[in-house]
Design a protein around this ligand. Sequence first.
Ligand code: SF4
Length: 141
Amino acid sequence: MSEPAKPSQANIDKMWSYARKYAEKSGTSLHPDVGVTETVVEGLARHIEQVGRPLCPCNFYPDPQAEAKLRRWICACDEMQKWKYCHCLLFVAPDGRPITEHLPEDHEGRAAYGVVKDPHPDKGRATARVLERQKTEGAGE
Ligand code: SF4
């Protein structure tokens, strides 16, 4: 089988810049092994070229175009925004393990990695915060 075409350097650079900024914003680290980050960044850049959006490169999609419209696996995906969990290992704890502290107990990430603490619980999880606020506001009605 032939290797998939390498994405353009411009899209690779764009996704590197995104990864650095989002790690900072979410209080996560890029993987200590730069090769891991390179692979994920290239996968995201390839999806920009294939479907126009940075779709998560670590899943299989029967129809990538249709999946891109659903948004749930556009980086940063729903799991990252809600639980700060990145199964691609793009956004991780400083030791390279994915943050699993906020995951539901029956999530596969908990079975695979146990509880990995969030080093910066004050950052990231934008969606979770919105949901929690809505719940609190709703409770007062
Ligand atoms: S798991 Fe989510 S946050 Fe991690 S690379 Fe994939 S889409 Fe991005």
